[in-house]
Design a protein around this ligand. Structure first.
Ligand code: ATP
Ligand code: MG
Length: 389
């Protein structure tokens, strides 16, 4: 029959969304794959990626319905999971596969399929047969030992331990939560998920919805006595609006204008450097870097509205700004030559002031090098949402 299947004639696409990976749990029945996967999955989703679970029991209910536990059927099951995992990885998903997957060669095939599109992370949940039988959550080990179930992995069917898994978990040494943390740490170290963002303590204490990033910022303050003596930077109406929003917490958890690290991270990944999703840069562009470490910020009428502690000066990437056309950056490009970060600002009349801020100014000449294709992808999205300013 197979000669009448023309899969190769169907259109294929090479497009992919970056960042996809497959976390492949393997281990004996009852070792803890599903338990740990269900702790890891929500933690990954909290950090941005969309998770898809391909759990052994679920897959055998749907995708592999009707397959048994012969070597051929077990291999077919794993190859199907590997194929779907590869497809989802191409779409940028975080796939969590959790099936016994007893054979090294078949796991290797799954790895090869996935690695065509993203990263494959094998997690060996290394629990001994004795411990799994002691837990015997599904009552299957008892039946297998009595001979009522034939071909049970680890009892009378083989389990080939992974020779070189990316992560090996000893569940007899670690509670499920600890195992989940070890896996998340591995994903974090490999840059597959961003670092954990600030905790949601405000939400749990007050039952209110937590602000974006978990911290509500208030940068309003008293007008300092020396504000009249400071060098003045005049804000455009857009910068003034950003300042207002920083001061009252509307841009929480930003405590000021972005420094270089956050700025680059937002351009490249639409996330702050700590991993928090963030669509647009919030920078203060200046003609020349201020000479002092504090400057007064004024609106276009000259009224002093805030004080900024200058903390960082950085180059503005003129080429990338031009390609992406984010209004913020175009403005920088036309007005500025270098970039500055500032911390601390002050009052707007008696209304409010911003205690921390960061200002960006392009220097003449080229900005820091950056992978142009990544920049273009990361920055086209906001361009669609923000009409030409
Ligand atoms: N340290 C531990 N880590 C993980 N699971 C543990 C641990 N200690 C006890 N358990 C228990 O072991 C059981 C593991 O069952 P689980 O369904 O997660 O296994 P599984 O590997 O998915 O098995 P199967 O292949 O049959 O689906 C759970 O009931 C869990 O509460
Ligand atoms: Mg399971």
């Amino acid at each position: 029959m197979t000669e009448h299947i023309y899969a190769h004639e169907h259109p294929e696409t090479e497009r992919r969304r970056d960042g996809g990976f497959t976390l492949w749990f393997t281990g004996l029945s009852g070792s803890g794959k599903t338990t740990i996967a269900h702790l890891v999955g929500p933690a990954i989703e909290e950090r941005g990626p969309i998770v898809e679970y391909l759990d052994g029991d679920t897959v055998r209910t749907h995708l592999s319905k009707g397959l048994g536990f012969s070597k051929d059927d077990r291999d077919a099951n794993i190859e199907r999971i590997g194929w779907v995992a590869a497809r989802l990885t191409r779409h940028g998903a975080a796939v969590i596969a959790a099936a016994i997957s007893p054979y090294e060669e078949t796991r290797q095939k799954a790895r090869e399929l996935v690695e065509e599109w993203g990263t494959f992370v094998e997690v060996h949940v290394a629990t001994s047969v004795e411990e799994c039988a002691r837990r015997d959550v599904k009552g299957l080990y008892e039946k297998a030992f009595k001979g009522e179930i034939k071909g049970f992995t680890g009892v009378d069917d083989p389990y080939e331990e992974p020779s070189n898994p990316e992560v090996r978990i000893d569940t007899e040494q670690h509670e499920p939560e600890e195992s989940a943390q070890l896996i998340l740490q591995h994903l974090e170290e490999r840059g597959l998920i961003p670092a954990a963002v600030a905790s949601m303590s405000v939400a749990t204490e007050t039952k209110l919805i937590a602000p974006h990033g978990g911290t509500l910022v208030d940068r309003t303050g008293e007008r300092p006595d020396d504000v009249e003596t400071l060098e003045v930077v005049t804000l455009t109406s857009r910068e003034l609006s950003d300042l207002d929003m920083i001061a009252c917490g509307a841009l929480s958890p930003l405590e000021g204008f972005m420094g270089h690290e956050d700025y680059e991270s937002v351009l490249d990944t639409m996330r702050l450097a700590n991993g928090l999703p963030w669509a647009l840069p919030v920078c203060l562009a200046v003609e020349t870097a201020p000479s002092g470490d504090r400057v007064a910020l004024a609106d276009e009428s000259g009224k002093l509205v805030a004080v900024l502690d200058v903390g960082e000066t950085y180059e503005y990437d003129r080429a990338a700004g031009g390609a992406a056309g984010i209004p913020h950056d175009r403005r920088c490009a036309s007005r500025c030559r270098a970039a500055v970060r500032a911390e601390a600002a002050v009052p707007r009349g008696t209304r409010h002031g911003v205690r921390a801020g960061r200002a960006g100014v392009p220097r003449a000449g080229e900005g820091p090098g950056r992978d142009a294709s990544r920049v273009r992808r990361a920055r086209l999205a906001p361009r669609r949402r923000v009409p030409d300013a």
